[in-house]
Design a protein around this ligand. Sequence first.
Ligand SMILES: NC(=O)C1=CN([C@@H]2O[C@H](COP(=O)(O)OP(=O)(O)OC[C@H]3O[C@@H](n4cnc5c(N)ncnc54)[C@H](OP(=O)(O)O)[C@@H]3O)[C@@H](O)[C@H]2O)C=CC1
Ligand SMILES: O=C1O[C@H](COP(=O)(O)O)[C@@H](O)[C@H](O)[C@H]1O
Length: 501
Amino acid sequence: MQSNKRPPASVLFIFGGSGDLNYRKLTPALYNLFLDNWMPDQFAIAGIGRSAYSNEKYHEHLLDGVTKFSRRKGKQNGHWTDFTQHVSYLQMDGDDAEAYHKITDLVKEKEEEWGVHPNVIFYLAVAPQLVPSIAQKLGALKICGEKSTTRIVVEKPFGHDLESAHELNLLLSSMFAEEQIFRIDHYLGKETVQNILALRFANALFEPLWNRNYIDHIQITAAEAVGLEGRGGYFEHAGALRDMVQNHILQILCMIAMEPPVSFDANEIRNKKVDVLNAIRRITKEQVHDFAVRGQYSGGWKKGEKVVGYRQEEGVNPQSNIDTFAAVKFYIDNWRWQGVPFYVRTGKYLNQKATHITLHFKQAPHYAFPPESAETWRSNRLTISIQPNMDISIRFQAKRPGQTMMLDPVDMTFDYDAAGEHAPEAYETLLLDVMEGDATLFMRNDQVDAAWRVIMPILEAWENRPPQDFPNYAPDSWGPDAADALIARDGHTWLNLPPTP
Ligand SMILES: NC(=O)C1=CN([C@@H]2O[C@H](COP(=O)(O)OP(=O)(O)OC[C@H]3O[C@@H](n4cnc5c(N)ncnc54)[C@H](OP(=O)(O)O)[C@@H]3O)[C@@H](O)[C@H]2O)C=CC1
Ligand SMILES: O=C1O[C@H](COP(=O)(O)O)[C@@H](O)[C@H](O)[C@H]1O
């Protein structure tokens, strides 16, 4: 274990302690923080749910999740018993105001035991419809008035549309100060996403080229090889545009497009990001078909296994018009990006898991080499791979060794994977930030509103005009033909990187 400057004493309440997110992500992340010596000296974690668990059974359930899903894959589980001494289960219904004394009782007990007033963190890992009811009851507790130590973490989706997100923001801000509210977007905790800031703002090399004068277009792909993974009930009310574009993809786009920050103060970074969202060109509902494409997968074969179509999935309406794929072309109307298209796409059951950003540079202004020196006129590109590969790669032309002047594209790559299993998972970084009270990687209320404003015309157009061609892509493909046509109309093609060896 390494020695770190750790957060102050903390009590963490996880609403949804019996749920999937805690099982797969939150507890494995907290246990890794413990193993890496990042947890406070004094901490307590209480999982909350209506299901019945003894503490012992609860620990067994959580260990199963850690063994299956932690980046350490069960290694170092020898410290599990030490960790579980800090973990308990509170059986309570979040809708029952009478039960909330269990929370204040535990905080009081820890305060007396530790001799300090701890951070009190409420993590709402529950379905979005439960959030207002729980937040209201928490807001009525006296400890929520402790602005510097009590925090509430709200999972995505943050609202269902602009109006509901706005209402949720109003409700939360009537009970908590903005600095107490941590709206989570786990992509912002990913190492390689954070590295975008280092690449852009710790180097003088790239920034002079990072604009409309040198960049032809930008692509962001967040392709998933998996399907619904049992979340049909949730996805039927979401769709790919809400599930991935409104939050994760627009946040990545902001990091690529934002102006250089003056400092790494949370509000400074968030101001720069919200400027990007506000500059994204608004399209009318009538223009949506020129800028956005939706898709839904059919049944078929996925890596040799037969899979059902979206409409046959559990919890899904057999006539569903929900998008499992979305591709959008955005323009950012400011001095830096005027006229540079940003093409983004995401989808379930695509050919491979691959999240990457590519900046395609303009062609050299004059090609002095003989025409036969390269098969095609090739431009430079910079690729930032977020997952599963974690690398940054620059493609340029080089002379092929030999007596003739022939050119080949070559790649110069920085491999971030070298950090291997030591690279923290996104939830580790974000949970540590919450305990430290650092909101830089979390969404501010105006960012959430601005992101909804960007996608509302598309959502409304899609809801009003049912698709005529669903299902329109096969599992294991790269999505519907219309997505290729969207980018081909501008003379480009999607970059599908070769699969990880
Ligand atoms: N799972 C994932 O990979 C991801 C999930 N999320 C988000 O996290 C949130 C939770 O998702 P997930 O864990 O998958 O959902 P689950 O359905 O697995 O878990 C829901 C949890 O809510 C609890 N719950 C439901 N009703 C009540 C109630 N009245 N009082 C107290 N607890 C209640 C359930 O416990 P019980 O039944 O015991 O009461 C359960 O622990 C959602 O907002 C989701 O969008 C975000 C990203 C990824
Ligand atoms: O938030 C979500 O993200 C996951 C994809 O996350 P990743 O870290 O595996 O890229 C997505 O599967 C899920 O539908 C969505 O809700």
